[in-house]
Design a protein around this ligand. Structure first.
Ligand SMILES: Nc1nc2c(c(=O)[nH]1)N(C=O)[C@@H](CNc1ccc(C(=O)N[C@@H](CCC(=O)O)C(=O)O)cc1)CN2
Ligand SMILES: Nc1ncnc2c1ncn2[C@@H]1O[C@H](COP(=O)(O)OP(=O)(O)OP(=O)(O)O)[C@@H](O)[C@H]1O
Length: 217
């Protein structure tokens, strides 16, 4: 498959996943978003590094601020904060780079100038400055059983994850977050040389691991 065939195929897949996501019943999306929060929290609480005792000072989770019709991450952000995890969310920078900002309840937000997403207005830092990240939760329109992902098409996460290759010392596990219907059979998503495979995906039913190096949370 030539690169342009792959791009066209991916663009079609992205369009059909967008249409299908938008067609999900809003009440179902809310139910699935609450279940997704439960699945992520259950997994994180089982980690040896999970916060315990007082004051609770746990590792950090890289999340994102879900925008309709994405899974609503608000319940997850709140729960992680309440449990004592640190939470950071991405900021779109020039040239499709991501920086990161702390999230906490009531943090002032503004719309990004680069993408239709919300971002904290406060201090932003590079991922290297975020200590002790337990997992990177990666937004996706769909994820297949080979760990390949289709995102919004900017290439922000591919560029970001490429800087922290799996297998490198201290590489952080990366897991997609999708609705139930968005887990696709292995091989469905055309992969590009720069695509960064995910170690697994959170759905409302729990964590599905792909058996790649990125799954060892
Ligand atoms: N909530 C959230 N935050 C995120 C991402 C994401 O996927 N979700 N990103 C993941 O990289 C980055 C932002 N990337 C994005 C890039 C493009 C579009 C976008 O243009 N969406 C249009 C579709 C345009 C089209 O039809 O081509 C839209 O939603 O209307 C959205 C997010 C960083 N923050
Ligand atoms: N590591 C990289 N270096 C340079 N360009 C890249 C890299 N990764 C992706 N790109 C570019 O970004 C474009 C979009 O990539 P892709 O279709 O994989 O986006 P996506 O993963 O769906 O988007 P996002 O990560 O923003 O949700 C590609 O056409 C490619 O040119």
């Amino acid at each position: 498959m030539t690169p342009s065939t792959r791009d066209t195929e991916k663009a079609h897949l992205r369009a059909s996943l967008r249409t299908a996501r938008a067609a999900l019943d809003p009440a179902d999306r809310q139910d699935q978003s609450r279940a997704l929060a439960g699945a992520v929290v259950e997994h994180l609480r089982s980690l040896p590094s999970a916060p315990s005792g007082t004051p609770r000072h746990g590792p950090t989770v890289a999340v994102y601020l879900g925008v309709d019709p994405e899974p609503d991450t608000a319940p997850l952000l709140q729960e992680l904060h309440d449990l004592g995890f640190g939470v950071v969310v991405p900021i779109c920078e020039p040239e499709y780079q991501l920086s990161w900002a702390s999230w906490f309840p009531g943090v002032p937000l503004q719309r990004s100038v680069r993408a239709p997403v919300l971002e904290p207005t406060g201090k932003r830092f590079s991922f290297d400055e975020v200590p002790d990240v337990a997992v990177i939760l990666v937004p996706a329109l769909g994820v297949d059983g080979s760990g390949h992902r289709v995102g919004q098409g900017g290439g922000y996460y591919d560029r970001f994850l490429a800087r922290y290759p799996l297998g490198a010392p201290g590489a952080v596990p990366r897991m997609g977050v999708v609705y139930r219907s968005e887990v696709l059979p292995a091989g469905t998503i055309p992969s590009e040389p720069y695509d960064q495979p995910l170690g697994g995906v959170f759905t409302p039913d729990g964590l599905l691991r792909f058996g790649t190096a990125g799954s060892s949370v």
